[in-house]
Design a protein around this ligand. Structure first.
Ligand code: HXC
Length: 258
């Protein structure tokens, strides 16, 4: 069904592996379209509670496909950029936890893909960077915005203007990565993290993603009001009754739709 990605599902946990190792998993339009299709199907699939995104081989994703981009006019480039934005926005806003398991190079559009995920877990072999200015362009899959929001404006400007490729330890130090593990522990750690989140109330987790994402771009007053709305959604769910009853009766909560 897919030519450039692998999709697996195991007890509610989906794994999407970008699978173009000969081109360092570079994102061309076909890969972007397949990512959009797979995430649309994940959104609709009630059996999927969480997602891991990773790369086949030695790269996570080494960026948008330079060979393809080199042939595009400005208008065609804009179309590809818009598709990239559609993919990243969709991944960011899906109300299911999405974990990037960054196994290797996460450069340009690859770093941006990791930024669109909720959580980044990196192998010590991972490398991050936004090398676009060396190609005469700037990050175009949301990187100028998401990177600044995650690591701060100054560090984002530093990384984007110098095009420096940093190691996983530095990425961890600056907050671009939430967890750093040995390469052989990467997938296990991502699975364990996903399963921990999956053991919590699914509506609460999904609502928290939306509250954080939407609230982040609002002023404090509006963001607080938005939290009240989203909080109320979670508070009105059966999971709230179950979670609180389980606590009070000293038993393990059994959430619906787990
Ligand atoms: C197309 C790519 C690619 C890319 C690697 N390859 N990255 N092809 N687009 N982004 C291809 C190489 O051309 C090569 O193909 C094969 O993958 C293996 O790569 P090598 O360079 O031989 O491997 P290595 O020496 O190990 O170096 C790995 C690397 C390097 C450091 C990741 O490949 C690299 O610098 N890649 C480009 C990174 C980059 O600039 N990314 C940002 C792209 S712009 P052949 O056929 O020779 O074997 C971007 C903008 C997003 O992402 C927004 C756009 C709208």
């Amino acid at each position: 069904m897919y030519n450039n990605i692998k999709f697996e599902k195991n007890e509610g946990l989906a794994t999407v592996t970008i699978n173009r190792p000969k081109a360092m998993n570079a994102l061309n339009e076909d890969v972007l379209n397949e990512l959009l299709i797979v995430f649309h199907s994940i959104a609709k699939d009630d059996d999927v509670k969480a997602v891991i995104v990773t790369g086949e081989g030695k790269a996570f994703v080494a960026g948008a496909d330079i060979a393809q981009m080199s042939k595009l006019s400005a208008l065609e480039g804009r179309k590809m950029m818009s598709l990239g934005h559609e993919v990243m926005n969709y991944i960011e806003n899906i109300e299911k936890p999405v974990i990037a398991a960054v196994n290797g190079f996460a450069l340009g559009g690859g770093c941006e893909l990791s930024l669109a995920c909720d959580i980044r877990i990196a192998s010590t072999k991972a490398k991050f960077g936004q090398p676009e200015v060396g190609l005469g362009i700037i990050p175009g899959f949301g990187g100028t915005q998401r990177l600044a929001r995650l690591v701060g404006k100054g560090m984002a400007k530093y990384l984007i203007m110098t095009a420096e490729i940093i190691g996983a330890d530095e990425a961890y130090r600056i907050g671009l990565v939430e967890k750093l593990v040995e390469p052989e522990e990467l997938i296990d750690t991502a699975v364990k993290t996903a399963r921990t989140i999956m053991s919590k109330a699914p509506i609460a987790v999904g609502t928290a993603i939306t509250a954080i994402n939407k609230g982040f771009d609002l002023g404090m007053a509006e963001a607080s009001a938005f939290e009240i709305e989203t909080f109320t959604t979670a508070f009105g769910s059966d999971d709230k009754s179950e979670g609180m009853d389980a606590f009070l009766n000293k038993r393990k909560a059994e959430f619906k739709n787990r």
